[in-house]
Design a protein around this ligand. Sequence first.
Ligand code: SF4
Ligand code: SF4
Length: 324
Amino acid sequence: MPAGSRASTGHEPAPLVVDIKRHSLEDGPGIRSVVFFKGCSLRCCFCQNPETQAPYPEIVVAVDRCLRCGLCVAACPLGAVDLQRPGIVDRARCDRCAVCAEVCPNRTLRRIGVSYTPEALAEVLLRDRHFYAHSGGGITLSGGEPTLFPGYLERLLRLVKAEGVHVALETGGYFDDYETFRDRVLPYIDLVDISLKLADPAAHRAVTGKSNQIILANLRRLAREPRVRVEASIPLVAGITATRDNFAGLIDILHEAGIRTVRLLPYNPLGVHMAASLGRPTPAAPGSFMTPAEHTAACGMFAELMAHAVPRDAQPDRPKGDRP
Ligand code: SF4
Ligand code: SF4
């Protein structure tokens, strides 16, 4: 794997990969490999993986793993490591060179973001092609926002598709150039899972940093594409997305677009802890999981609203997060 050699694709910035999750039973049908790209246009306060937001490499610090050996202090060329600091790294000084992470013996300091050429990434993903074939699985592009890199994806997916692998895309739907996406990426995609957060544009901007107008326009265009299957996911965040008004608004949007498969995703507060490890301010998101009772109530409310919104002869698939 050619870490460090940036895989540039013309004028498009080359993506970094945060993680490759192999043998996943989530993120699409069958056994899958999931690629988490780094870089996203949204800044959702409840983001579960805030390390995927910025497109550049970052240093993540797990303070409780520190052995106090001092190797990082000696190695840092900018004097940006101070073991007396609560977060160890002085982010104002640090230029993210990752020298400290290379010498740290306990992975207290880690560099997030690895560069792969499309060919190298395809080679990694195709190692599990037999699992995909036997399970009805494939690969899933996730993030972050994979659609920020259409030229890279085109090169990657041409190689993957040549082996007959099923490809799913998880997207927040926020990309400006639908035509480029349609022409260069969509021909290789079998399943799109678009994440919807808030129905109201102003509320969406307040919580994610951007209005949802581009997302909804892309959703409608995607839903009209003849070949690709389009599904939706909604993160369940108490007091933010999981409200009756928001559910009703999102259901109207889904109904209008003709999308009938919806996944309700339980909120995971890991993102709050990761934000601290990245040296960022604490996000305005819940610090704990929903209780089972809260989750059941939210799913029940969504199912009830969905049933009322859709004619009886065209009822949606039951939300997969529902627990009757
Ligand atoms: S990433 Fe580089 S500059 Fe930043 S703390 Fe580590 S060694 Fe120092
Ligand atoms: S090198 Fe790692 S374990 Fe050692 S003091 Fe630095 S952060 Fe702690």
